[in-house]
Design a protein around this ligand. Structure first.
Ligand code: AMP
Length: 359
């Protein structure tokens, strides 16, 4: 999606990847397949480029630093370093006074037990590094569950979080350019299923006070992190209307995919602009929008029925070109624009049910 936006603005795009059939390969002018541990090769490739950005935050930090030594990298690798690890990310949030979920960093079974005694149950044990889409997470409902969870996720450092009985989840995508100007998209309301984002909708239908707080925390967070580029902040909105930061993603985010159809400038074009030193675009949203993810399960009965899905008014389809539809794998998404947010949600949900042939 970044490559598509960059090409539209006339740039040549090269993908540096460890998998030749990655989605970007379908849109890039050139694809370099390298091991991310091969810093010398990465630096050699980068020396032929004008600027580099990242598609996901789990690029090994040594590789990111090798890139930054030869070419402007946005965001800068130290932003990845902070956000790659939940323990470091939490330390950054606490140090800068941002509200986050109650948590403890734990490095042994005994520390998990002590943290559970401290924070109470239920709780969630999460690996500090390399977790995404619910991978590396276990909910703990009893002290007896600690052993199994630690056997699975330890002995690597983990974060134990108290369970937040939230009202809803919202995320805010924003961009910051090299001059420090920030453009914040409309917050979206997110619904997860099995820890994976299922549906995003904007506007989020929350009181203006809550949305303003989400926008302002996001802008301050991008500044504190020193991000140049697009980032997303995921929040839990508690029942009393306060915001807790759950996670920071220093890149365009799944919950911002609806900006492609719904906004004057998409999150991907915004990333291109921030990377290339162009002014940030308008984030004005043109219509209420809802986005539904298409996971590999949708292919269980063969190719989904796109004919039926695309007959639903205001619905568009974006497929990522991934070859193998594995369960839980994000293969694409549907977006619906409609005169009201309720209609957008109904339409995108119906389009997905028709495509995936579920009742
Ligand atoms: P994460 O990978 O940390 O964003 O977690 C994925 C999803 O799991 C979140 O979006 C929530 O829906 C749920 N979740 C994670 N941590 C907590 C928590 N401490 N309390 C309640 N729900 C959580």
């Amino acid at each position: 999606m970044f490559a598509m936006a960059a090409k539209r603005l006339g740039y040549r795009v090269e993908a540096i990847t460890d998998a030749a059939d990655c989605p970007a390969a379908h849109h890039a002018d050139r694809v370099h397949v390298v091991e991310f541990t091969d810093e010398a090769a990465i630096a050699r490739i980068a020396s032929g480029l004008a600027a580099v950005t990242f598609e996901f935050e789990n690029v090994p930090i040594e590789a990111a630093r090798a890139l930054a030594a030869v070419v402007p990298c946005r965001p800068n690798p130290e932003v990845l370093f902070t956000t790659q690890d939940r323990a470091r990310e939490r330390a950054f949030l606490m140090h800068n006074g941002f509200p986050c979920t109650p948590h403890r960093v734990v490095r042994s079974r005994e520390e998990v037990v002590a943290a559970v005694a401290d924070l109470g149950l239920p709780a969630v044990l999460k690996t500090a590094a390399f977790g995404y889409d619910g991978k590396g997470q276990r909910r703990l409902d009893s002290i007896a569950a600690v052993n199994a969870a630690w056997d699975e996720l330890g002995p690597a450092p983990c974060v134990l979080e108290g369970w937040v009985d939230f009202e809803c989840e919202v995320s805010v995508v924003a961009a910051r350019d090299a001059t420090g100007a920030v453009a914040v998209f409309e917050p979206s309301r997110n619904v997860h299923s099995r820890h994976i984002l299922d549906l995003s909708s904007a506007p989020a239908g929350l009181p203006g006070r809550v949305l303003d707080e989400a926008r302002s925390l996001t802008a301050r967070l991008l500044e504190a992190l020193g991000v140049v580029g697009v980032a997303c902040v995921e929040f839990f909105v508690t029942r009393s209307g306060t915001m807790l930061v759950n996670e920071i993603a220093p890149r365009p985010h799944n919950s911002g995919h609806l900006t492609i159809e719904a906004c004057e400038t998409s999150q991907f074009e915004q990333q291109v602009r921030a990377l290339c030193g162009l002014p940030l675009g308008s984030v004005r949203q043109l219509a209420p929008a809802a986005m539904a993810n298409l996971l590999g399960e949708c292919w269980a009965g063969g190719e989904p029925d796109w004919q039926a899905a695309l007959a639903v008014p205001g619905v568009s389809l974006l497929l990522y070109g991934k070859s193998e539809p594995r369960p839980g794998r994000k293969m694409g998404h549907l977006t619906a624009l409609a005169p009201t947010i309720e209609e957008a949600i109904v339409n995108v949900t119906r389009a997905r049910a028709l495509a995936c042939r579920t009742p």
